[in-house]
Design a protein around this ligand. Structure first.
Ligand SMILES: Cc1cc2nc3c(=O)[nH]c(=O)nc-3n(C[C@H](O)[C@H](O)[C@H](O)COP(=O)(O)OP(=O)(O)OC[C@H]3O[C@@H](n4cnc5c(N)ncnc54)[C@H](O)[C@@H]3O)c2cc1C
Length: 471
């Protein structure tokens, strides 16, 4: 575990001033500084990243967020914004006595605007709560992932989260039509009108989306919803290998309403069946399993069957159209994250690749890992339709950064990115130069220093230290 131990000296003078200031200015109960209460905010969900917080501020509206940010700027104590703490790159974990600014209490959900099919929500509303609110209005928020009950809209905007439905509906960026953000000086930039056309000046919200809490605290978002599709089908295919999965993807693109094409490799299927006591969904084992979903205005089962039969290689399939049956098929894919966590501290990587490079990347990563780390266990799953592979390595020392470099370098060498949807956080900042040029990183630094010159928001995340740029 990458631990940053609590300083042995008491909290610093600046942190004491900050705590006293926040006690005066925030409502009672909005500040936690009891070490036992801080513990859950100080470690990430994977167990690989942890640190120490001076305190946790839990504001319940944008004004209180602004107060807390201004107090940090005044006292010089940096802060890290935290939503549901489900992020997988250590970005929400405090370091060296920072303030945790938890926005979970900003969990309000407004009424649906039925003219525009838009919805205003607080940054702390969970994905699941917003999905339910949209469904209650006969609409749909078409973005989804397995951490839906805890992940917040603020965290998802901050990481530009993707998930299974990005294949058709895009990442969080495409859902956001308005944003309210508290900047480092405590000022509030509110662009919540939800106008389809509005090009007056620079698009500040567009820069904040995906900035992982380094440019400001998102306090609210206006989200674009979509009409619900009356027909949904989920199909789980078995194919020999990733080349077969790409053949399948090409065929499935002909089916109306294709919106997801995820996959898991054979070791993932074996592990999830064993640990979660599930039955292999297909009569015989396959090298790769693809979970595909279509949402359409009419029944597309026959189109799906026709395309499956057109595949050049062998395959098998099981499908469901009822909600429970579809959930059962998704479970093999969705239970993987927690199943792997049950095995130890997984080293998790989230690379994005050109589709054509997926099979060669897969072969290269297996060979390189087996040669350098013969005892490691490797599990690969993800969103094959998006070229997004989650590479999970178990039974290696979590402190060993050699695995990080091996996997991320391999992705870059195959024309890919070191982060498709989880972000850079603490985990990958040293490796940013593998997929971003020096000019690109300089532009990012300029934006950071213009919006947050004192480094109040999450210092040391996303951008590498200048002496690390050579990697
Ligand atoms: C089981 C599981 C499955 C997952 N599947 C996916 C997936 O399919 N696709 C995907 O993209 N991600 C996935 N994730 C990762 C994670 O859930 C998402 O990144 C999620 O968007 C993070 O939301 P959060 O509220 O938990 O944010 P946190 O973990 O609390 O924070 C994540 C980052 O955002 C910043 N942040 C949080 N809230 C705000 C805010 N209001 N303003 C500014 N910055 C903020 C934090 O500082 C941090 O850098 C998964 C995670 C788990 C555990």
């Amino acid at each position: 575990m990458k631990r940053h131990p609590r300083p042995t000296t008491d909290t610093s003078a600046a942190a004491r001033d900050l705590i006293a200031d926040l006690r005066r200015s925030l409502p009672s109960g909005a500040l936690l500084d009891d070490p036992e209460l801080l513990a859950t905010y100080e470690t990430d969900i994977t167990g690989r990243y942890s640190g120490s917080a001076a305190a946790v501020a839990r504001p319940s509206d944008a004004e209180q967020v602004s107060t807390a940010v201004a107090a940090c700027a005044e006292t010089g104590v940096p802060l890290v914004v935290q939503g549901g703490n489900t992020g997988l790159v250590g970005g929400s974990v405090p370091q060296d006595g920072e303030l945790v600014l938890s926005l979970a209490r900003l969990d309000w959900i407004g009424p649906v605007d039925g003219d525009a099919n838009q919805l205003d929500v607080g940054a702390g509303a969970t994905l699941e709560a917003v999905q339910k609110a949209a469904a209650a209005a006969g609409l749909r928020l078409p973005i989804d992932h397995a951490a839906r009950s805890a992940a917040t809209i603020g965290g998802m905007v901050a990481t530009d989260a993707g998930g299974a439905l990005a294949l058709r509906h895009g990442t969080m960026r495409r859902r956001v039509v308005g944003l309210e953000t508290v900047l480092a000086d405590g000022s509030v930039v509110s662009r919540m009108a939800g106008l389809l056309k509005d090009n007056a000046g620079y698009d500040v919200p567009a820069i904040v989306i995906g900035s992982e809490g380094t440019l400001g605290a998102i306090t609210a978002a206006r989200l674009q919803l979509e009409p619900s599709a009356p027909f949904q089908i989920t199909a789980l295919f078995g194919v020999p290998d990733l080349r077969g999965a790409l053949d399948l993807l090409r065929a499935l693109r002909q089916v109306p309403g294709l919106e997801a094409a995820d996959f898991l490799d054979a070791p993932c299927m074996e592990l999830v069946c064993d640990r979660k006591r599930l039955r292999d969904p297909l009569p015989s084992p396959w090298g790769v399993y693809v979970v595909a979903q279509c949402a359409a205005t009419a029944d597309v089962t026959a189109d799906l069957a026709t395309q499956a039969e057109s595949l050049p290689g062998p395959s098998d399939v099981v499908a469901a159209t009822d909600t429970e049956g579809r959930k059962r098929l998704w479970a093999y894919r969705e239970l993987l994250n927690e199943t792997l966590r049950g095995e130890g501290v997984p080293l998790k990587f989230d690379v994005g690749l050109p589709l054509a490079a997926i099979p060669t990347f897969d072969e290269a990563i297996r060979a390189r890992l087996a040669s350098s780390y013969p005892d490691a266990r490797l599990y690969i799953y993800g969103h094959v339709g998006d070229g997004n592979l989650h590479v999970n390595v178990l039974d290696v020392d979590p402190e060993d950064e050699g695995v990080d470099e091996l996997v991320l370098r391999c992705a870059a060498e195959h024309g890919g990115t070191i982060s498709a949807e989880h972000g850079i956080g603490l985990a990958k900042r040293r490796y940013l130069a593998l997929c971003r040029s020096a000019a690109d990183i300089r532009a990012m630094r300029s934006i950071k220093s213009a919006l947050d010159p004192a480094g109040t928001f999450a210092p040391g995340r996303v951008l590498p230290d200048p002496d690390e740029e050579g990697i």
